[in-house]
Design a protein around this ligand. Structure first.
Ligand SMILES: Cc1cc2nc3c(=O)[nH]c(=O)nc-3n(C[C@H](O)[C@H](O)[C@H](O)COP(=O)(O)OP(=O)(O)OC[C@H]3O[C@@H](n4cnc5c(N)ncnc54)[C@H](O)[C@@H]3O)c2cc1C
Length: 399
């Protein structure tokens, strides 16, 4: 019912705006997007992931997963309902761990969609796949932190009201207890947005961009720290479990729309009078393979969402890693085949396919590259089979 309502809204309001989204800077669309966000509130669809007392629909993670797949069918779907990354992760973090003051100043306006936010963790000089290794420092000076460092790929920093920065607060602590998450208003002196980084040739603007940031002796009150000092990685881990469900379902929404476009093109594109592309066996095989991969992926993601809801993210960690790389691969294959079926049209911005192909290539890199997730799962499987365990004779265990 809710999914049907959201689909109807996307078809009547979001899809018609997409040609402008694909050709104009995101900032040029802001007045129209604000109008549509007001319409979303009027229809009672706002912030499906947030509790009702904070203006949302109070959906569980599996329920929101279903909604997220529908929203993924438009590149502006999540934005219109205020459940877009990185705001959704920051909302959930502040709601669970923010102080009363942080909630009033940052969470509430974020939940109402009056401001945007971003999350600055990755640094160009350090491997993001090893999240405990970073250079950005937050040094205590009385009741203030003085933050210095260099971040990049801070998504949606352009136009954001604040960032949550991951910075080392105790370099002598154990690696997972060195860093803290600290709120920094974007207009704080010393916080410099160096550039929006071109991604496959497109720098984007506003929400649809990824920035390079410099923190040059940026002073913020200690009360801007979220949670305990040194809790930065534990908090980051916590946001990543549900966050990967959100991403995977959004990717499956993209795949679903690309699939529909591929099928329509195959059914109607004539190779010769009366002979359509879909009559070719190779195209039929792609269609069947895509359908099977997408349906199987969806069941896997929903199963992991149920497990997170029931047993928590730690208990579901293998499943979370499996869906992260598996669904990113399914998305990439579906998009690639959809573009191929569209021929030259697939390379243009006359359809959203090329936009997704450019911007979702990163799906195999952000929130943990494929190889890291595969390695993590495989090592636990191998450890359970005895790899690395010493036997009484001092040799490794055998299966
Ligand atoms: C579109 C996009 C949006 C992003 N948004 C944000 C954001 O909002 N905030 C933020 O802080 N960061 C963001 N990031 C950064 C992202 O989190 C990092 O790119 C990611 O953590 C990988 O780090 P890296 O780029 O430094 O790659 P590296 O760590 O240098 O890894 C490079 C490659 O090495 C390989 N590799 C790495 N480790 C292993 C291993 N253990 N075994 C085998 N191979 C391995 C993988 O193939 C990997 O792709 C974003 C990135 C992209 C692409």
């Amino acid at each position: 019912m809710l999914s049907t309502q959201i689909r109807a809204f996307l078809e009547s309001e979001a899809f018609p705006l997409e040609p402008r989204f694909l050709r104009e800077p995101f900032s040029a669309l802001l007045p129209e997007l604000a109008r549509l966000r007001a319409e979303v509130k009027k229809r009672g669809l706002w912030a499906p992931h947030l509790p009702r007392e904070h203006g949302g629909l109070g959906l569980s993670l599996p329920e929101f997963a279903e909604v997220s797949a529908v929203l993924g069918e438009s590149p502006i779907g999540h934005y219109l309902l205020n459940c877009n990354a990185p705001d959704i992760g920051n909302q959930e973090l502040l709601l669970s761990h923010g102080s009363a003051e942080q909630k009033a100043r940052w969470f509430e306006p974020l939940a109402r969609g009056e401001i945007r936010s971003c999350f600055a963790m990755t640094e160009p000089e350090f491997a993001g796949s090893n999240p405990v290794w970073m250079d950005t420092r937050a040094e205590r000076d009385g009741d203030y932190y003085v933050i210095s460092g260099h971040k990049w790929f801070t998504s949606s920093a352009d136009g954001a009201a604040f960032t949550i920065v991951m910075a080392v607060t105790d370099p002598d602590a154990a690696p997972h207890k060195r860093a803290s998450q600290i709120i920094v208003p974007m207009d704080t002196p010393g916080l410099v947005l160096v550039r929006n980084i071109p991604v496959m040739g497109e720098a984007g603007s506003d929400y649809a961009s990824h920035a390079e940031l410099r923190f040059e002796s940026v002073r913020v009150p200690v009360s801007n720290r979220i949670g305990a000092e040194g809790a930065g990685f534990a908090l980051a881990q916590e946001r990543l479990g549900p966050g990967r469900i959100h991403h995977c379902m959004r990717w499956l929404g993209i795949a679903e729309r690309a699939f529909r476009m591929m099928v329509h093109r195959a059914a109607t594109r004539e190779l010769a009078p009366g002979e359509v592309l879909g009559q070719q066996q190779v195209i039929q095989h792609w269609i069947a393979e895509c359908r099977a991969e997408m349906d199987a992926a969806k069941l896997l993601v929903l199963d992991v969402a149920e497990r997170i809801e029931r047993d928590g993210a730690q208990a579901a960690r293998d499943g979370i890693s499996l869906i992260k790389f598996h669904v990113a691969g399914v998305l990439q294959r579906v998009l690639d085949r959809a573009i191929q079926v569209h021929g030259a049209l697939g390379m243009t911005d006359d359809t959203p396919l090329a936009y997704w192909y450019r911007h979702e290539r990163g799906a195999r890199i952000y929130d943990g590259p494929d190889e890291v997730h595969k390695g993590a799962v495989a090592k636990r499987i191998l450890a359970a089979a005895g790899m690395g365990r010493k036997t009484e004779d001092g040799r490794g265990a055998r299966g």
